[in-house]
Ligand binder design. Structure first.
Ligand code: PRP
Ligand code: HPA
Length: 179
């Protein structure tokens, strides 16, 4: 149906790059989606459809640095709700709450403005891609510190073999495409 056609349109606008950023990695580049209005609209349509059906009570979209910022505000506008940023450390002014998380090599830190989300607020997390799940898990930890309620996560791409879905359980992650 319509949903499948939109998925196919999105799929045609993801470009694989072998050996980026390192040998052996197949990088899935979402830039062509942004260059084609119909493909970008399809992404937001699919996110909106899923959110309206499953997360009727959502009050806020929370997007992850950096590529969550490309899609989150468009979705929030469609839903008539606000958008808040989770950023890599040192980028946000004022009082912030932060969390340290593991990367392949070493650690990183992400943060949100202290008044970004209110206790009890129902949020949806959005990013472009789920790999190991470390990034979304850290975002969940930030939301927990803020006493916000995470209804779910949405991404364009899930990289199945890294099994990020398992790490995030029992939280549900909706993806448009799997690789
Ligand atoms: C990528 C991607 C996700 C994250 C997924 O971002 O956009 O945010 O990695 O990986 P994970 O599931 O293993 O945590 P990256 O860290 O490359 O940062 P960027 O968005 O600033 O490019
Ligand atoms: N594409 C984009 N971002 C990523 C990827 C990828 O394949 N893997 C981890 N982050």
């Amino acid at each position: 149906g319509d949903t499948e056609l939109k998925r196919q349109l999105v799929h045609r606008h993801i470009r694989p790059f072998p050996d980026f950023p390192k040998k052996g990695i197949m990088f899935r580049d979402i830039c062509p989606i942004l260059k084609e209005p119909a493909a970008l609209a399809a992404v937001i349509d699919l996110f909106e459809e899923h959110a309206r059906k499953n997360y009727e009570k959502v009050e806020l979209i929370v997007g992850l640095d950096a590529r969550g910022f490309l899609f989150g505000p468009l979705l929030a506008q469609r839903l008539g709700i606000g958008f808040v940023l989770i950023r890599k450390k040192g980028k946000l002014p004022g009082a912030t709450v932060s969390v340290v998380y593991d990367l392949e090599y070493g650690t990183a830190e992400m943060e949100i403005q202290e008044d970004g989300v209110a206790p009890g607020q129902k949020v949806l997390l959005i990013d472009d891609l789920l790999a190991t799940g470390g990034t979304l898990l850290a975002a969940c930890e930030l939301m927990r510190k803020q006493q916000a309620e995470v209804l779910g996560c949405m991404v364009i791409i899930e990289l199945k073999e890294l099994n990020g879905i398992e790490k995030l359980k029992p939280l549900s992650v909706y993806s448009l495409l799997e690789y």
